[in-house]
Ligand binder design. Structure first.
Ligand code: MRU
Length: 332
């Protein structure tokens, strides 16, 4: 993609990002100059995807530092409380807190408010730069795993829009295509918010990559028909015994195992949470409204409740390999 998903505008000391809720109908770039607005953007999924949330967390702390006019200790308390506001927006993707903490540390280590502002912007920019680099390295390692001609199923959006650019799972696909491989992508639509049909299909088709959208519930059938050669997804948090990713990922992993299809997770080390076990992680539960209607049309009878978890956990035993910037980890 020609525009970064999220970046810092030094002239206006604000964050610029692509509003992903508007895609694919409209391409809207938002200029965000307050932490409260950024928090709202994260909750609304205007910015989403683990690595992009890491960058947003880092830029958010830089924004808090640049916009605070407090002096001395009050400045650092102000930045810290804005950081906590951002941290509370989404609990599952580990990168958000990771990005926040990294820039917060740079800020505090800097000593004075003036140098803290500079250090915060520098560190947030470093996170974004590294993300682009790491995605390309993930792409390079992952591309070697794919046959010269194959059909890859993916879920949600782990592409340029979920990162600063290039992507993790879609980065592997981009790198394989760049290496001359003939890759066909099957993108699950990813109900209820359709990150697959709205975002993955949008960015791959813009790049001229062969992509077809399928209902989430068709994946097992397609695998059984022998139409899928590999599955590649991203991750929101990789802990000691499981990988958290968009709801529906676990179902694909079970089906892939059953049909003997390799199931890969592509993610940078910033998505690893090596101390935690699955049971300790909070899975974000989202509201009824996401299931209750679509395009203004009612899909649910009044008064009927929903269960709407945003993520699920896939045990490592179902995962063939985790593709990182330093190579592939085989869970066994
Ligand atoms: O709720 P979302 O859209 O933020 O969920 C995103 C995902 O589950 C992605 O697959 C994950 O963050 C990996 S992005 C490289």
């Amino acid at each position: 993609m020609d525009t970064a998903t999220i970046c810092w505008d030094a002239e206006t000391e604000s964050i610029r990002y692509i509003d992903q809720t508007e895609l694919p109908a409209r391409f809207v770039v938002v200029s965000c100059s307050s932490v409260a607005r950024l928090a709202e953007a994260i909750v609304r999924l205007e910015i989403r995807g683990a690595p992009a949330l890491g960058a947003a967390g880092g830029y958010g702390v830089a924004l808090a530092a640049c916009r605070s006019d407090r002096k001395g200790d009050a400045f650092f308390e102000d930045v810290q409380s804005n950081a906590e506001l951002l941290r509370r927006t989404r609990p599952t993707a580990v990168n958000l807190g990771w990005g926040i903490d990294r820039v917060l540390k740079a800020c505090i280590d800097a000593g004075s408010p003036a140098s803290a502002r500079e250090a915060a912007v520098r560190e947030a920019e470093a996170i974004a730069r590294e993300d682009s680099l790491l995605c390309r390295r993930i792409g390079g390692h992952g591309a070697l795993l794919l046959p010269d001609s194959c059909t890859v199923l993916t879920h949600c959006n782990a592409g340029a829009l979920a990162c600063v650019e290039w992507g993790t799972a879609l980065g592997v696909i981009r790198s394989a295509v760049a290496a001359g491989k003939d890759i066909r992508v099957v993108a699950c639509e990813t109900r209820p918010l359709n990150q697959g049909s709205r975002l993955t299909a949008w960015e791959l088709s813009r790049d001229g990559i062969d992509v077809r959208v399928v209902p989430d519930s068709s994946a097992a059938h397609l695998m059984r028909q022998g139409l899928i050669d590999a599955v590649i997804v991203g991750a929101d948090r990789i802990c000691r015994d499981a990988v958290f990713n968009k709801i529906g990922t676990y179902m694909h992993a079970v089906c892939a195992k059953h049909h003997n299809i390799p199931f890969y997770v592509a993610a940078p080390y910033s998505t690893f949470d090596n101390d935690a076990l699955e049971d300790e992680i909070v899975i974000e539960e989202r509201g009824r409204a996401e299931l209750a209607s679509c395009g203004g049309r009612l899909l649910l009878p009044e008064g009927v409740a929903v269960i709407n978890p945003a993520f699920d956990a896939t045990p490592l035993s179902l995962i063939t390999g985790i593709i990182t910037e330093n190579g592939v980890i085989y869970p066994e």
